[in-house]
Design a protein around this ligand. Structure first.
Ligand code: T4K
Length: 390
């Protein structure tokens, strides 16, 4: 431990240096073999093929198909554009149901296409969509559901599929957090009409910026491939109102390099998750969310949930951690429905998602990944314990 923590005063307010000289971030990138990457980059420069369906992008797509056991992977410049293209290619319109408890991009991807995101509530035990709430939100305007595998834990896939089938609407998944996770022995990536991955720098697997849609549907894949490149089907022939969703070659090279290390990154996350579990074991009033029985996780996010009686102290705890250079986050507070663009359209009181409102007050996300040392975790746990003891 770098410092003694005796009281709340010692933690944040007496001018002592912070526990960590350099900030510990949530989302510090994992980086694979640098030499391999630099060699790749050099080859790309030599070839002078920098973007637009280049050979490195194609190799990455092939590797992801193999990894996830899917027929198609369409790599994109980020997860948000990948969501937008998937939504467009599926023909969603009117209203689409999404969880209120997700990163804002899930909702924005609909809003940017003139589609109304309708916010459903979560099951507090899983923090994923509650099918009962989804059913309540279905209206004659509903064209689809976007399930989110929040924190890498599978959404209620079967229940959502049953609802989609019953109402004749589309189902797709936002799997931004879930590369490397499985559900009932199958990789996330195989469910719904398609699934969307994010390869942002902060994700367990990154391509600097990037994302992809994966699907087993040949026609859908072809449409998305064309939409990714402005809708061009060959020179001078535009067949879709497309956009620019292309992943660059150098980003794809980062992806191929990092894919080689994906299992190491997951193992590294697992060790850090176990270290947090051990270090916080027996501390009253808080719980780390755990992998659920039917899935294998990627341990990408370390999510601490405070008990009701500590909810009022969450923000102060985060302040204390920040004062010690532990930059914990309160993702995804306050919930999409309470963010300005959405609360203006439909007052959040009327949205009626009490479980989201409750969880949003009690969650904090802690630093993990290859940039965090196991020793750091014991210090972070000490800061938390000390805060709670005072
Ligand atoms: N759906 C879901 C469920 C998502 O969570 C996301 C993205 C998406 C869709 C959309 O996918 P993308 O379009 O992003 O591919 C971050 C990420 O920007 C976002 O990708 C992610 N989810 C979300 C959960 O977190 P911020 O605003 O917290 O990111 P940022 O840039 O502030 O980075 C977080 C921390 O990471 C920083 O404090 C420092 C550290 N960091 C970040 C970068 C970029 C580094 O150390 N190095 C870096 O290069 O949203």
């Amino acid at each position: 431990m770098t410092k003694q923590f005796n009281s709340k005063g010692d933690l944040a307010h007496n001018g002592a240096p912070p526990a960590f000289r350099d900030p510990l971030h949530v989302g510090r990138p994992n980086i694979g073999d640098r030499d391999h990457f630099l060699q790749f980059a050099d080859e790309i420069l030599k070839r002078r093929w920098l973007t637009n369906d280049g050979e490195v992008v194609r190799s990455l797509e092939k590797e992801i198909c193999k990894l996830l056991d899917v027929r198609h992977c369409i790599a994109m410049c980020n997860g948000t554009i990948a969501l937008e293209i998937a939504i467009r290619a599926l023909g969603l319109k009117g209203e689409v149901i999404v969880p209120a408890w997700t990163f804002i991009a899930t909702a924005h991807a609909l809003y940017w296409q003139g589609i109304t995101p309708v916010f459903a509530d979560i099951d507090p035990a899983t923090q994923n969509l509650d099918p009962v709430s989804v059913r309540e939100k279905i209206s004659p305007q509903t064209s689809g559901i976007i399930g989110v595998h929040l924190w890498g834990r599978p959404a209620p896939i079967q229940e959502l599929q049953a609802l989609a089938d019953e109402y004749g609407i589309k189902l797709m998944f936002d799997a931004a957090h879930a590369i490397g996770c499985t559900y009932n022995g199958q990789h996330i990536g195989k469910f719904g009409a398609c699934e969307v991955l994010s390869f942002h720098a902060t994700k367990v697997f990154n391509t600097f910026e990037g994302g992809a849609v994966v699907t087993d549907d040949d026609e859908l894949a072809e449409a998305m491939r064309l939409m990714r490149n402005f809708g061009f089907a060959g020179y001078d022939n535009v067949v879709y109102p497309g956009t620019n969703g292309k992943l660059t070659e150098v980003c794809a090279a980062m992806g191929l390099v990092n894919l080689n290390s994906l299992q190491n990154f997951i193992e590294c996350n697992r060790q850090r998750y176990e270290a947090y579990l051990g270090a916080l074991n027996g501390v009253e009033g808080l719980k780390l969310i755990s992998p659920c029985g039917t899935s294998t996780p990627n341990y990408h996010y370390v999510v601490l949930v405070l008990d009701q009686q500590l909810a009022g102290q969450r923000d102060e705890l985060i302040k204390t951690l920040h004062a010690e250079n532990v930059l914990a986050r309160k993702y995804f507070w306050p919930g999409c429905h309470r963010m300005l663009p959405y609360r203006e359209g439909a007052p959040w009181e009327a949205t009626n998602v009490p479980n989201t409102d409750d969880i949003a007050r009690r969650v904090l996300v802690l630093p993990t990944g290859s940039a965090v040392r196991l020793d750091d975790i014991f210090t972070i746990a000490e800061i938390i314990k000390c805060y709670l003891a005072n």
